[in-house]
Write a new protein. Structure first.
Length: 562
């Protein structure tokens, strides 16, 4: 029986852990995150990291980071390093337990020989296509390999010669001898080892045979003393093999528990398809802010706190479902609303000249840094005769219920003055509005009407002589449909790619104080959304990514439900 205090069982995984501790099956909790280093981690992996590390924390246990590096043909050190960075950024702490399946290659091979000696594994000469053909279907049993009855001594000799490199790649495999009529196809004599000549990022060319994931996974868990092997739901049908191998070898048995993987609207989670997007140049790389990768979300301005909050809110379930990406955006918006400094930025500038403001005069206004955090104080913002405002904040001929600037109308310049539009200047050739003139009410300093008259609109601005130049990248969903894989028969999933997923604005104007911003700094551009300084930024070059807009679809959904 465990002496650990048992936290409340808030989901079926914690219920199972509490039962195991109460019954004495385990006297501790030890979890792991076992990524394959064949790509960058995405938001689905973040759910698994938060769950596994969170369980270890909740029960005062341990958490391992173990790379499943059993397929060197697709693995790279770039992926190993990126995984480590992402797990650490999310808050995962594996202490001194950075582990690799390749750490156990010798032990795994010794157990393979043990299975052969027990008559529970054999060397098979069928090709990969023949293995699939012999496997059968969900309604038809498989056929036994003609090599299934080889004597243990012959199998042992062949296995050792496989390891020694005597046979060509793909010519032979080591298979478990279980049951070719088993209703679970994974139990129909699965392949345990294959011949593969590929240089491994850690073991070099020491091996030319490599264990399959299903073989290495459970035994690695056992070696590390993992108590609860938390996997996504697709591994549920693999659990019988996980348990069979551990029992057949006769080693310590962890408990595998499956939960539903994360599926997000407007998002593709397949690492293979994400790799295609990178290789085909659809995105700028794995860390493109449109990608659902953890590094892409980080570059877009997401915080570890927001992602952990999101994972906590969606919880764990036993059935697959799709989560609205609006909830992920809501979690970031909630955090940045509390923490991000407010600034003024004009993305599509239109010049506003204040005819009754003195030439060459500059004054400064104290503007709140964050109204949600009064302790954040104020910032000084310069004001002058010539300002930039958003093009959308002016209409020569206003539509119905348009309360912003138009000829004869008066609006509030945020924290500064009231201004009335008096004149419009157009390009003679195109007829495009290139400049707007107006007059301020000098008695309205701070933006307050001295006579209490009602002003229906407030717009933001930047002083033209003081403004810093910036490039701003606006991102939308990478796909146009909630389910990117839903395409007409014969069509490719890439048909759902959004051609307008990125817009780059190069003539933006921002408050001069932003010239000191560093990569990773986050801000709310008033009335426009939340933005982060991109790593492309450099001294004299400001680059911002829009993290999320101010519109909160999820908040509206919650409000309507309430």
């Amino acid at each position: 029986m465990s002496d650990l205090p048992l936290p409340p069982a808030t989901d079926f995984i914690r219920e199972a852990i509490n039962e195991d501790l109460a019954s004495g099956r385990f006297d501790r909790v030890h979890t792991r995150f076992p990524p394959e280093p064949n790509g960058y981690l995405h938001i689905g992996h973040a759910k698994s990291i938060c769950l596994n590390f969170g369980l270890a924390q909740a029960y005062g246990g341990k958490f391992n980071l173990r790379y499943d590096d059993t397929n060197p043909s697709k693995e790279e050190m770039e992926y190993v390093d990126s995984i480590k960075e992402d797990v650490r950024w999310l808050g995962g702490d594996w202490e001194d337990r950075e582990l690799y399946a390749s750490d156990y290659f010798e032990q795994l091979y010794e157990w393979a020989e043990l299975l052969v000696r027990k008559g529970l594994a054999y060397v098979c000469d069928l090709s990969a296509d023949e293995v699939r053909e012999y496997r059968g279907t969900l309604i038809e049993p498989g056929r036994e390999s003609p090599f299934r009855t080889r004597p243990a001594e012959e199998n042992l000799d062949l296995l050792r010669r496989m390891r020694a490199g005597e046979f060509p790649d793909g010519s032979r495999t080591l298979r478990a001898r279980i049951d070719m009529a088993h209703p679970n196809l994974n139990m129909r004599d699965p392949v345990l080892y294959r011949i593969l000549r590929a240089t491994h990022h850690r073991t070099g060319d020491a091996w030319c045979i490599y264990p399959m994931y299903d073989y290495a996974h459970g035994q690695s868990d056992s070696i590390e003393g993992i108590t609860h092997s938390i996997c996504t739901l697709e591994f549920e049908v693999h659990r019988p093999l996980y348990e069979w191998l551990i029992q057949a070898i006769g080693i310590y048995a962890p408990r595998q528990i499956e939960f539903a993987r994360l599926n997000l609207t407007y998002t593709m989670m397949s690492k293979r398809k994400l790799l295609q997007l990178v290789q085909e140049g659809v995105v700028r790389g794995w860390d493109d802010p449109r990608m659902p990768t953890i590094c892409g979300l980080r570059r877009r301005g997401y915080t570890p706190t927001a992602i952990r909050d999101f994972c906590a809110r969606i919880g764990v379930a036993k059935r697959d479902s799709v989560v609205d990406v609006a909830l992920l955006e809501h979690c970031l918006r909630e955090e940045l609303n509390r923490t991000a400094p407010r600034v003024m930025a004009v993305l599509r500038p239109l010049k506003l000249v204040l005819d009754n403001y003195p030439d060459g005069q500059t004054e400064e206004f104290d503007v709140q840094v964050n109204p949600e955090s009064p302790d954040a104080g104020t910032r000084r913002v310069p004001f002058s005769k010539v300002l930039y405002i958003e093009q959308d904040d002016f209409r020569e001929v206003p539509p119905l219920k348009y309360w912003r600037l138009f000829p004869g109308n008066e609006v509030r310049l945020r924290s500064a003055y009231l201004v009335r539009c008096t004149e419009v200047v157009k390009d003679p050739a195109s007829g495009e509005v290139i400049e707007v003139h107006g007059t301020i009410d000098p008695d309205s300093r701070g933006g307050n009407a001295p006579d209490g008259r009602k002003i229906k609109s407030t717009i933001h601005w930047v002083s033209a002589p003081h403004a810093a130049d910036a490039e701003v990248r606006l991102y939308e969903h990478l796909f146009t449909t909630p389910d990117p894989s839903d395409v007409p028969e014969g069509s490719d999933w890439r048909a759902n790619l959004n051609p307008a997923s990125a817009e780059i604005l190069t003539a933006c104007k921002v408050e001069p104080g932003l010239a000191r911003a560093a990569a990773g700094d986050r801000f709310q551009f008033e009335r426009l959304g939340y933005f982060v300084v991109d790593p492309d930024a450099a001294p004299g070059r400001l680059v911002f990514n829009r993290s999320v807009t101010l519109r909160d679809t999820w908040a509206r959904i919650e409000k309507s439900q309430q």
